[in-house]
Design a protein around this ligand. Structure first.
Ligand code: NAI
Length: 464
């Protein structure tokens, strides 16, 4: 008898298993594939490896001092091999960490048979059953493909296939201008593809602050990515080594584009394989497993976390939910507040944000001051030679409560951590302004934006 069975070994599942073991629980982790889930094997880590390589190339090409850099190119076979090596190292390291904590790993598809009872499909087709006091479902998500699109893996791909391709198409159409669409457009465009994004909505990255996403869209267009908004894709047909994509534009007219490859990036759907939601009466919320603030499902002793429960489909959100769930199993009462989960996008430059967008705050009717600091005024950004960017802070005009922080620019994804900490500790905008930053660093951009919130930015001209 175990204390805890975790189904799914991605960032949600492995963190839950490790935290459980660290707290003295006897844990079994069920995984049908490689440990690490989408994030390690087919998602975050792979895209960040490629984004890093693409950025290196771009930095060399645009350097004012390197000579001969225009002739540089990336060896795609080596790029994919490096990514595989990084993934393999992390997956094998994770296996050792899990082993070091005495966590049992059952290889195979996990099936929720009843609360506390999980079956694991064996190679010979039989099922081995494990009993535990608590079960955490952490089965993640997979690409959601529009019903009329057939993913053949060669001409029509999702990230599952694209991140293992050792070639770059001359012409690429990306369906969907969300996070994956923007990140993959950046990588492929930098490596030489002609990239067109077809996005259904009136803008790309619609969950981000309007000013920030507008700046990103302009940057992408400057770098040669073609973006068609209000474009509803109706048909994708692969023929004669080409793919034709037909969409309806904003006037209702049909348009057809041709490319060598199509990437479908229209969101992800939860993986419910083996969960038997209908049979067990496990309540759902649309396609997701329904949970309360404590991450409890409608079945006693059964919890669900990560992409499976909807909200932001982010590895660190799943990890935070794993920690909260284990704390709750141990008798605590923890929840993960969505307004404290940072969002990060690795495009031609980085976007990182936490909390509400300016549009959301304005719609709520709250009185706010908006503090801003452009990278162009930052000495550190000048030194780096990359002055495209902006730090923006939304704070209650009376209390100074931080309601949202949005950063666009180099290292935004590293910079956001301080703002998440400030919001978690319920610090005020003035605290972000007062905390001393080393000079010259990009951290000063957030500090100056906080100073600007109070009308006191030092490195910006006086406002008239
Ligand atoms: P997404 O939900 O961010 O974007 C999908 C886009 O496709 C939307 O803008 C939607 O309007 C558009 N779309 C849907 N149907 C369409 C149609 N028929 N024609 C044209 N456009 C259409 O989903 P995405 O980019 O696939 O990412 C999946 C999940 O993975 C997201 O939740 C994302 O946050 C997460 N992710 C996070 C990353 C990060 O944190 N850096 C990296 C990659 C993925």
């Amino acid at each position: 008898m175990y204390d805890l069975t975790v189904i799914g070994g991605g960032p949600g599942g492995y963190v839950a298993a490790i935290r459980g073991a660290q707290n003295g629980l006897k844990v079994i982790l069920v995984e049908k594939d490689s440990l690490g889930g989408t994030c390690l094997n087919r998602g975050c880590i792979s895209t960040k490896c490629f984004a890093y390589d693409a950025k290196l190339l771009e930095a060399a090409r645009t350097s004012q001092v390197l000579t001969g850099a225009e002739a540089l190119s990336i060896d795609l076979v080596k790029m994919v091999a490096r990514k595989r090596q990084v993934v393999e190292t992390l997956v094998s390291g994770l296996g050792k960490i899990i082993q070091s904590h005495g966590i049992d790993v059952a290889q195979g598809l996990g099936e929720l048979i009843a609360p506390g009872s999980v079956g694991v499909c064996q190679d010979d087709g039989s099922t081995k059953e494990y009993q535990a006091r608590h079960v955490i479902l952490a089965t993640g998500s997979r690409p959601a493909v529009l019903p009329f699109i057939e993913v053949d893996g060669r001409y029509v791909q999702t990230t599952d296939e694209a991140l293992d391709s050792e070639d770059i198409p001359g012409k690429l159409i990306i369906i969907g201008g969300g996070v994956i669409g923007v990140e993959m457009a950046t990588i492929c465009r930098t490596l030489g593809s002609e990239v067109t994004i077809l996005e259904l909505l009136p803008d790309i990255l619609t969950t981000e602050d309007e000013e920030i996403r507008r700046a990103m869209r302009m940057l992408m267009e400057q770098r040669g990515v073609k973006i068609h908004l209000n474009a509803k894709v109706k048909e994708v047909a692969a023929r004669d080594e080409k793919v034709e994509v037909t969409y309806e534009d904003e006037t209702g007219q049909g348009q057809t584009f041709e490319a060598e490859r199509v990437l479908v990036a229209t969101g992800r759907a939860p993986v419910l394989d083996g969960i038997n939601a209908g049979k067990l009466g496990l309540e759902t919320d649309g396609p997701f497993i329904k949970v309360n603030a404590r991450l409890e499902t409608s079945l006693p002793g059964v919890y669900a976390i990560g992409d499976l429960v909807g909200g932001m489909m982010l590895a660190h959100k799943a990890m935070a939910e794993a920690e909260a769930t284990v704390a709750n199993i141990l008798g605590g009462n923890e929840e993960v507040k969505p307004e404290l989960i940072p969002r990060c996008i690795w495009g031609f430059t980085e976007i990182a944000s936490v909390g509400l967008t300016e549009e959301e705050v304005r719609a709520s009717g709250r009185q706010i001051n908006v503090g801003k600091f452009p990278y162009i005024n930052s000495s550190a950004a000048r030194v780096m030679g990359d002055i495209n960017g902006l730090a923006k802070i939304l704070g209650d005009s009376e209390t100074g409560e931080i309601l949202g922080v949005h950063i666009l620019g180099p290292h935004a994804t590293e910079l956001i951590g301080e703002s998440v900490m400030a919001m978690t500790m319920e610090s005020a905008v003035e605290d972000l302004a007062k905390a001393i930053k080393p000079h010259p660093t990009l951290g000063e951009t957030v500090m100056e934006a906080a100073m600007d919130w109070g009308g006191l930015a030092v490195n910006s001209p006086k406002k008239l």
